[in-house]
Design a protein around this ligand. Structure first.
Ligand code: PLZ
Length: 454
């Protein structure tokens, strides 16, 4: 079978191979230096230090080759050292690393904007602004929505994650570790119930998308009033909150309500965007056309770049000089983005993401049928999740979840967890991972779950 990934030539052997227990001695030494130098508030999911990474593997400083099912949190979709990206970065850096687009502009920024305007959902006139991080994109989407509407209120949802800056902490739902003791938070942020089919059904609520949207819209209208809302911001599939896929109909109903009420509908596609869910953007699955999309992570093959792309009338409403930042749309990051977009297109990574889902989901579902600790299996494309519960209940089991991730790591597979209740295993492999490596990682995961559950 020819898959997109078979046409990838890898620099590093695509194998899982452990030469030391994890963490190995070099990682332990680095961890000691880190403790004395890096603030304790910065966490790391795994205690091994990276030396090299390519395709579906991360090689650590002790020479262990680990399978990467995290992509650095959905970033390295084209791999962590895509040759096209590496070459574009080097070539741009050899000319200029920075001039500041607000001082001496350059073509790469404009080309990225053109590409994003063409690629994002909807064929209306669009404009793009580039920034550095997902949080910065979200901040700026809200700035634009408030200015363009002359309104203050912003609606976010239960389980939402939008970042760690002050406004985006306010938009983010979960207190620990993101918000606790970091307040006071930005005002005029209102939180509404999300569509969470697994837990809605368990709570005896109508779980379909229309009913869930009605619950949210009723609350918006009672608590704020449609005419006071500047923006509704929503992840089409929630990321950090637990890979929650809203019931079909939820997104379109909210987008339609926003349109009827002059509210800017912001799709936060920072985690779902750029082929991850099997379409270029997750909103496309239900034909939803957001007014503004926030983009980051997968956009630039690992280089820090983010964007807002949206309706020209909204973005052009802002006075000249109202949007920007020293590094926004850095030329090296723009060169990386153009190269990453070429790789995504040439390898047809949306199709590859669907193939990954088709390969993994049946195995995860079969395991769920066998084990009563698996409450739910969900996701789309290469954004997949397993929600773990105490047997026979819907009570979250974060300890089991941690245990599974630790067992998988010990066997050489990097697996991330997420979720409001910390009880979700999430799979975010690089989209260029080969089938054999993916199969091996899934076998490791299955074993880890079986052993942890026993
Ligand atoms: N919006 C939907 O997923 C980042 C955060 C990890 P930044 N998610 C990973 C952590 O613990 O900090 C994210 C996201 C969505 C916004 C963001 C924020 O993107 O690039 O991390 O600022």
């Amino acid at each position: 079978m020819t898959t997109a990934a078979t046409s990838v030539s890898y620099r590093l052997p695509q194998v899982r191979s452990l030469v030391t227990p994890l963490p190995g001695p070099e990682s332990v030494r680095l961890a000691e230096r880190r403790r004395a130098a890096v603030a304790a508030g910065v966490g790391s999911s795994v205690p091994v230090y990276a030396m090299d990474a390519d395709g579906g593997v991360i090689v650590d400083v002790d020479g262990n080759s680990l399978i990467d099912l995290g992509s650095g949190i959905a970033v390295t979709s084209v791999g962590a050292s895509d040759p096209r990206v590496a070459e574009a970065v080097a070539a741009q850096a050899a000319h200029f690393t920075h001039t500041c687009f607000m001082v001496t502009p350059y073509e790469g920024y404009v080309t990225v904007a053109e590409r994003l305007n063409a690629l994002t959902p909807g064929d209306h006139a669009k404009r793009t602004v580039l920034f550095n991080s997902g949080a910065e994109a979200v901040e700026n989407a809200v700035k634009v929505a408030r200015l363009a509407t002359g309104r203050d209120a912003v609606v976010a949802f239960d389980h939402a994650y939008h970042g760690r800056t002050n406004l985006t902490m306010a938009l983010t739902a979960k207190t620990m570790p993101y918000k606790k003791d970091f307040g006071p938070f930005a005002p005029e942020v209102y939180r509404m119930p999300m569509s969470y089919p697994y837990r809605d059904a368990a709570a005896g609520l109508e779980a379909d998308g229309a009913a869930a949207a009605r619950r949210a819209i009723d609350q918006i209208e009672k608590q704020i009033g449609g005419d006071a809302v500047a923006a509704v911001i929503l992840e089409p599939i929630q990321g950090e909150g637990g890979f929650i896929v809203p019931a079909p109909g939820f997104l379109p109903a909210l987008a339609a309500w926003a349109k009827d009420n002059g509210v800017v509908f912001i799709a936060d596609e920072v985690q779902t965007g750029f082929a991850r869910t099997g379409a270029w953007f997750a909103c496309e699955d239900e034909g939803v056309v957001p007014d503004i999309v926030t983009l980051a992570k997968g956009i630039a093959g690992g280089m820090p770049l983010s964007a807002i792309t949206g309706r020209a009338d909204l973005l052009d409403a802002v006075h000249p000089g109202g949007l920007g930042g020293t590094y926004g749309g850095n030329p090296v990051a723009c060169a990386a983005a153009l190269a990453a977009l070429d790789t995504m297109t040439e390898l047809d990574l949306p199709a590859r993401a669907r193939a990954i889902g088709d390969r993994a989901l049946p195995r995860l579902r079969a395991l769920a049928a066998e084990l009563d600790v698996i409450g739910d299996v969900r996701g789309r494309g290469a954004m997949l999740a397993i929600e773990l519960v105490r047997p026979g209940t819907v009570e979250p089991d974060p300890e089991l979840t941690k245990d599974i991730a630790a067992r998988a790591l010990a066997a050489g597979v990097v697996i991330l967890t997420c979720g409001t209740y910390g009880n979700v295993i999430r799979l975010l492999p690089p989209l260029v991972i080969g089938d054999e490596l993916l199969d091996d990682a899934l076998t490791v995961l299955e074993t880890a779950i079986r052993e942890a559950a026993a």
